[in-house]
Design a protein around this ligand. Structure first.
Ligand code: GLY
Length: 402
């Protein structure tokens, strides 16, 4: 199958960059901005790729399960799924083709926290984060030490790189793009985008990748997604926050992190206060998206503290997004190359999902998955209209006129 330019731009055959799990058969409904509150407790709020796992977790929570156990059941489902390439088994690897996973969790009732970063060969790092919380005097373990701790606690080492993820990594290697060089905050930030612009201006580059994808044996239905993952390295992740009928709260976040990252790179997900933060007195929040940006505003902590000072979940999340915008002096030319979604749950059952942009593509709006007795996907409320990973405006002037 040759991809048409329009298919590639729209991602029609793609599915979400963070994985397609959980969206089948469920289209997100518009969030009712004034009424984002649980119909009844308990409630679970997660990233869209938790959708398929919320029913079981809600059943547990409704029957008295611990809030962290219920939240972990959701994210563990995604970790176990080889077809979700944003977390756990089958996660997209680092630049050397090695899957490195990050996770964190907070347990409201005990005020415990655990986190792991840069973990290789262990699939369920969300559960490993809980082990750190329960069975060490520490909060965070990284790298080889975290892996050895996992084995000591009974986790099994396994190869996390699936054939599908390996082929997309091989395609990325052919693209000659990498994470070395300037970041978006550097004066010469445009050099960062050389590959994106090359692909944009030259349809030939996109077609070159498409042919390579075919040569690598990437199935036709997966080629659009593979090429997009090469040009727009995803940061897919899953977060889940839970609130019980007793008013207990917990949260957890797990990820394979930024695709094609430098070995050892940690994003926001394992950092308590950035990718995940829960305060039993106030609420719980988590993040998916550009980890580097979220680290600079400690989004989850910022949001919970905003709610402590009386903001609604929606306003608290929008304020955190505005802090990211301020880091770029509102420069949308650069902001369009990053994205962020926050999942927010207040102790009284009010909740919100907010994002910087409407979606990665026009057809795939960012969404949160919610279960309060009714399972649903809701579109996030976005700060900016438009897609973060749409091709730059020059595409409109490309020779194909698309
Ligand atoms: N938000 C996931 C990451 O950037 O690693």
């Amino acid at each position: 199958m040759r991809l048409t330019r329009r298919e590639l731009v729209s991602g029609l055959a793609l599915g979400a960059l963070g994985g397609t799990v959980g969206r089948a058969g469920a289209e997100p409904v518009a969030a009712a901005k004034q009424a984002m509150r649980a119909a009844a407790l308990p409630i679970l709020v997660s990233a869209h790729n938790g959708y398929a796992f919320l029913e079981d977790a809600f059943h547990d929570l409704a029957h008295g399960a611990d809030t962290l156990d219920a939240a972990l059941k959701v994210v563990r489902g995604a970790e176990d799924d080889p077809n979700d390439d944003s977390v756990g088994l089958g996660g997209l690897p680092n630049e050397e083709g090695v899957v490195e996973l990050d996770a964190s969790c907070m347990h409201g009732p005990t005020r415990g926290a655990g986190a792991v970063g840069g973990v290789r060969n262990i699939k369920n790092v969300s559960l490993l984060a809980r082990e750190v919380m329960l069975h060490t005097g520490h909060v965070m373990l990284v790298g080889e030490g975290a892996e050895r701790f996992a084995v000591a606690r009974g986790f099994t080492r396994e190869d996390l790189l699936t054939d599908a993820s390996r082929k997309v990594w091989l395609l990325w290697k052919e693209s000659h793009a990498d994470w070395w060089g300037p970041g978006l905050t550097a004066p010469n930030w445009r050099d960062r985008l050389e590959h994106k612009l090359k692909a944009d201006i030259g349809v030939a580059e996109v077609e070159r990748l498409e042919v390579l994808a075919e040569d690598l044996g990437i199935p036709p239905a997966a080629r659009v997604g593979a090429v997009r993952r090469v040009i727009f390295p995803p940061t897919g992740t899953i977060h889940c926050s839970a609130l019980s009928t007793k008013g207990e709260m917990s949260g957890c976040t797990t990820t394979s992190g930024l695709a094609w990252k430098l070995p050892g790179r940690l994003g926001d997900s394992p950092v308590i206060g950035a990718g995940c933060f829960t305060d039993q007195e106030v609420g719980s929040a988590g993040a998916t998206g550009s980890g580097e940006e979220n680290l600079k505003v400690l989004g989850a902590h910022t949001i919970v503290e905003n709610m402590r000072r009386g903001m609604t979940p929606l306003d608290a999340g929008m304020d955190a997004l505005q802090r990211i915008v301020r880091n770029y002096s509102g420069d949308r030319e650069r902001l369009r190359y990053l994205d962020m979604t926050y999942y927010i749950l207040r102790k009284d059952g009010a909740y919100a999902g907010v994002s910087l942009w409407t979606g990665y593509t026009p057809e795939r709006p960012h969404a949160i998955a919610v279960h309060d007795g009714t399972l649903r996907l809701e579109k996030t409320v976005s700060l900016f209209e438009g897609s973060s990973q749409a091709w730059p405006p020059v595409v409109a002037k490309s020779r194909n006129g698309l």
